[in-house]
Unconditional design. Structure first.
Length: 277
């Protein structure tokens, strides 16, 4: 894992334990251009083992393989991991610009009954991919977990991302798609397909609610309009500045979900409106 100490920009690479283990290796700023939303771990013991005098520091970490150059494209038989992630030849691939329910996520159907929407999306994706193999993917980035992020098409040329949005099995993620799939999402919403037939939490809101083992909000679930991305109490409109934001959670939501959210993270360390956090 590559770790960066906040707020400094000096990066270190944790190394194997043992008498022959090398010291922590400094990395250049260019090698740390990963997304700044990240897991946070404490490296105090590792640093002390290296003989460094440090206080307990917070570090942001990413898998090291994100620094490897992106492959031009990949083709092969894809195994479905979840509704927006597949694996080809041992390489995890995250679909670009969309977000599907998590594997453990449940939603409510049109009659208000609970169902495993995350597993349902993954099962539908598996059937869709099986109808026309192999899968072709081209890549735009790596995410903080080291997965390739790309655009994928079946052998017959159909876009996987567009199909997932058309069927209401995933959501357009404006922060990364810049609204590329807003049209497909609007049609699925109007036709009440997939997730839109009932109520649900946007996957990014669901992850935020479960990241700290917090209970889900008692507020109604679901997406009410394309502008009010989720009934989380937050909306991307109107645009806000840090002085108008009242909590760290609110700032983090805007950073993850709104096209202007990156403006709240001036030092680009993944923490929006740090005075609130």
């Amino acid at each position: 894992f590559i770790c960066i100490r906040r707020p400094a920009r000096t990066c270190v690479l944790p190394v194997p334990r043992g008498p022959d283990a090398p010291s922590l290796t400094n990395l250049t700023t260019e090698q740390t251009m990963a997304p700044r939303t990240s897991c946070r771990i404490r490296l105090r013991r590792e640093l002390q083992r290296q003989g460094r005098r440090v206080n307990t520091l917070r570090y942001d970490c990413w898998p090291t393989n994100w620094t490897e150059p992106l492959p031009g494209h990949m083709e092969g038989r894809a195994s479905v991991i979840d509704g927006d992630t597949v694996e080809i030849a041992g390489q995890r691939i995250r679909f670009n610009g969309i977000d599907a329910p998590e594997s453990r996520q449940h939603c409510d159907d049109a009659k208000g009954f609970d169902y495993p929407c995350g597993r349902r999306a993954a099962q539908a994706l598996d059937k869709f991919l099986a109808a026309s193999r192999p899968l072709h993917c081209s890549f735009v980035d790596r995410d903080r977990y080291g997965r390739l992020v790309g655009n994928c098409d079946r052998a017959d040329g159909r876009s996987v991302q567009r199909w997932l949005l058309e069927e209401g099995l995933a959501l357009d993620w404006p922060l990364y798609s810049h609204g590329a799939y807003a049209g497909q999402q609007a049609k699925a919403e109007a036709a009440k397909l997939g997730l839109w037939a009932g109520t649900f939490q946007a996957p990014w809101v669901w992850r935020l609610a479960h990241a700290d083992n917090r209970p889900l909000s008692n507020q109604p679930l679901g997406l009410i309009t394309r502008h009010h991305v989720a009934q989380s109490g937050y909306s991307c409109e109107p645009r806000r500045t840090c002085s108008q934001i009242s909590s760290c959670d609110e700032a983090s939501w805007y950073l993850a979900n709104c096209s202007w959210g990156r403006k709240l993270d001036r030092d680009k360390d993944g923490i929006a409106c740090e005075s609130q956090c």
